[in-house]
Each structure stands twice: as structure tokens, then as C-alpha cells.
Design a binder for this molecule. Structure first.
Ligand code: AMP
Ligand code: MG
Length: 403
């Protein structure tokens, strides 16, 4: 089977999403990182009434400049009465401007005298935040499929909305595989053993998207146990993600198990790291079989599984940002796969450079930990110092809100 380019693989797998989860109403407190199931329009204006942007004096511009008595005091949250003609109101930031007043003079520009307040001339509307300045009734605040960020939740609260219709979190079962793996906290490593890092990274990549990890288990390289875990997870999960065992080795049993109990639509991507990747289904439940090397697992999850999961979650896929940065390294030998290099961004503005964070081996997690971004090198391209590269900020590959 030839290697499948990433863009083609994404088209194939995104084309398989044919359902969204059920929706549920949740309180705003629980709204963070949830995918909204319908557009939400503003039921009211923000601000609801003209209010003062300053501590100072509300006045009628026609009376200015002038020396005027104070007829009322209006702290925020206390309703004003109509401004008596020829007077001013002492007013504070956020307080409603009384009818009859059309300017606010900051207290720094006012002179308090025994005869009254001396105020300079002012332009109509000065330091007044008009009703509906931010939001008009009927404005669309969030759109269906959007993942709610703290600022979106704040925006909804600003119009008095206290609950939202969101999709139920996708239920995802995670299985790592390999006889050599031990969980941290289970004693010292025996000969030939390594710690299982993917189990933790992957579960958190899923949770960062607001999804529910219903099962997170490690399996030995045993075809029977792998088959039975996949079959039983297929009954309750919306999706299964496995790690390891999808390459061509004799001890790679995951791909075989998917084929035995379901079907495989794709494996072997033209990307580096992350060549071996399985996508298929077991008993009708979609399965992603990620490669075991920790960086390959992280990157293939981010680039391939994540967009599918977000779409299946009912989310829209705003494009992951990419921006041009000059390389501070060279790469002499062009590869035949699209390459994603771990880089840190040094300097800023037009002088920013992308530097490799260290070994680009697919098992080296430290260089991923130190990276700010992935530099995208098209297949067949050599890099010389100073070449312009496209980079993807790493945050956009694990935080919700990006495809
Ligand atoms: P595999 O894809 O199973 O052939 O594994 C490829 C490499 O990744 C091997 O060196 C494994 O030991 C390593 N590996 C597989 N799974 C994990 C894991 N969960 N955590 C850390 N390393 C792993
Ligand atoms: Mg293995």
C-alpha cells in the first residue's frame, strides 16, 4: 500500500463522520470546553442603558462650561432620577446616566467650589457608554459547533444567559499496548522495560478537548487480549484510540485485530514522524491505531485523530494557524514524507527564527516538551538556514478551538 499524504487521509477520515452526539443543557459553570449545539443570539442589549465610563459629573452639554450645583449622587447599581435642569449629578463608573444628561466630565477635569462644580465644555456623548454599544439584541454571540472558551462563557453571562445547549462529551476508550511498558508508580523498571508515557499524554490530549476517557488501559502484546478489549470497548465507546502495535513487526497485533473484528480503511501516512497509523472500525465503532513512539503518537493524534474527534463531537474545525518563520537550521537531505519538526521560536516580529529543539527522533519526548511549534517541511524539500518555513503553534494542536 503506498503512503497516504496527510491532506488526503484527513479528507477520507473526516468524510466518515456522519453523526453528532446527543445534546444536553448545562449550566454556564460547566460550559467550558463544551461544544455548543446551536447558535445563541443575544436576548438583550449590553450595556442595557447608557452608563458612565468615568468617575465624575454627569451634565447637560448645553450648560457647559459652567458652575453648577450637584443635585444627586449616582453610585453604580443605584438608579438615577432625571437630571434637574441647570444642575449636575455626581456619578461613578458603571452608573446609569440620568435622562437630561448627555456628557460625563471626569472628576480630574472638575473643580469643586463652595458655589458648585466648575466644569469645562464637553462634546455630546463624552465618556458615556451608550446602550447596546457592545451587544444589540439579536446579535449572534456563539455559533453551533464552537468550543466554549472562558471568554465565550463570559460573553453569554453578559447577556444574562445561565445555561447552554451543548453536545454530550464524546466517550473515548484508550488502550496502550506493549509487553515492555510499565505504569509510573508501579515500582522500578525490570530489564527491557520502559515507562508508559503515551497512556497519560493521550488521555490528557482527549480531556483537553472536553472529551470523556471512559477507559484507559494497558494491554500486553497478546492478540486475544487486544481483540477482546477492542470488542468490549466498541460496545460503549464512540471511538477507540490505541497506541502501538500498528507497524509491520511480528509483535504488532492491533492492526490485525482491527481487520479481524472490523475493517481498516487506512494505514501508513506520508508524514514524519508517524508513518504507521491505522483507521478503521471494530463492530461499527471507529478506531484510531496510533504508532507507539511517543512523539509519533502525540503528533498523529494532533494532526489526524483530533480533527476527526472534534468533528464527531459536533464541533466546527477552525483552521489551525500557520505562520511563516525563517529557519535557523538546515536540513540537507529532503525526505519523501511531509515532515513536522519540533522547533522553538527565538526572537520576535520579522526577526523571529525557528530553531530545532533537539533530536527529532520519534521517541524523543524532551524535544517535544521544549517546542513552541511544529515546522512543516513539505515532502522532497531541503531546508537552508534563512529559508521561510510554515510553523504551527503547538498550543493550537492540543487546546480546543482549533482543527
Ligand atoms: P510500537 O508502535 O508498538 O512498535 O512501538 C514503537 C516504539 O514506541 C517502541 O520503542 C515502544 O517501546 C514505544 N512505545 C510504544 N508504546 C509506548 C507507550 N505507551 N509509552 C512509551 N513508549 C511506547
Ligand atoms: Mg509495541
Amino acid at each position: 500500500m503506498p503512503l497516504t499524504p496527510l491532506a488526503e487521509a484527513l479528507e477520507i477520515i473526516l468524510g466518515t463522520v456522519d453523526a453528532a452526539p446527543h445534546s444536553e443543557q448545562v449550566g454556564l459553570e460547566d460550559g467550558l470546553n463544551r461544544y455548543i449545539a446551536q447558535d445563541v443570539d443575544a436576548p438583550c442589549a449590553v450595556p442595557p442603558a447608557d452608563n458612565s465610563a468615568m468617575d465624575g459629573y454627569a451634565a447637560c452639554s448645553k450648560d457647559l462650561p459652567g458652575l453648577l450645583p450637584v443635585s444627586q449622587r449616582i453610585p453604580a447599581g443605584h438608579p438615577p432620577v432625571a437630571l434637574a435642569p441647570g444642575t449636575v449629578a455626581r456619578i461613578f463608573t458603571g452608573a446609569e446616566v440620568p435622562s437630561g444628561a448627555d456628557v460625563v466630565i471626569p472628576q480630574e477635569e472638575a473643580e469643586v467650589t463652595e458655589a458648585g462644580i466648575r466644569l469645562p465644555p464637553a462634546e455630546v456623548g463624552q465618556h458615556i457608554r451608550p446602550r447596546g454599544d457592545d451587544i444589540q439584541p439579536g446579535d449572534c454571540l456563539v455559533t453551533a459547533g464552537q468550543c466554549l472558551r472562558p471568554q465565550d462563557v463570559g460573553l453569554l453571562a453578559s447577556v444574562g444567559i445561565d445555561s447552554v445547549l451543548v453536545y454530550q462529551p464524546l466517550r473515548v476508550a484508550v488502550f496502550t499496548t506493549g509487553d515492555e511498558l510499565r505504569d509510573p508508580g508501579q515500582g522500578e523498571l525490570g530489564p527491557g522495560q520502559i515507562f508508559n508515557s503515551n497512556r497519560f499524554a493521550l488521555a490528557h490530549q482527549l480531556r483537553a478537548l472536553g472529551m470523556e476517557v471512559t477507559e484507559n488501559r494497558h494491554l500486553p502484546d497478546d492478540p486475544a487480549q487486544i481483540s477482546s478489549a477492542l470488542q468490549s470497548a466498541a460496545k460503549h465507546a464512540d471511538c477507540i484510540v490505541t497506541v502501538g502495535g500498528v507497524s509491520v513487526g511480528e509483535e504488532d497485533y492491533v492492526r490485525g485485530a482491527i481487520e479481524k473484528h472490523g475493517s481498516l480503511s487506512l494505514w501508513r501516512l506520508a508524514i514524519k514522524p508517524g508513518k504507521p497509523l491505522a483507521f478503521g472500525e471494530v463492530c461499527g465503532t471507529p478506531v484510531f491505531g496510533l504508532p507507539g513512539n511517543p512523539v509519533s503518537a502525540w503528533i498523529t493524534f494532533a494532526l489526524v485523530a483530533r480533527p476527526w474527534l472534534i468533528r464527531r463531537q459536533g464541533g466546527t474545525l477552525p483552521a489551525v494557524p500557520r505562520f511563516p518563520v525563517q529557519a535557523s537550521f538546515s536540513l540537507a537531505r529532503p525526505g519523501n514524507r511531509e515532515e513536522f519538526l519540533r522547533v522553538c521560536l527565538i526572537g520576535h516580529g520579522r526577526g523571529m527564527r525557528a530553531a530545532l529543539t533537539g533530536s527529532q527522533s520519534s521517541g524523543v519526548l524532551t524535544s517535544l516538551g521544549q517546542a513552541d511549534a511544529l515546522a512543516v517541511i513539505p515532502a522532497g524539500t531541503a531546508v537552508e538556514e534563512g529559508d521561510w518555513l510554515e510553523v504551527i503553534p503547538l498550543n493550537a494542536l492540543w487546546q480546543p478551538g482549533y482543527g
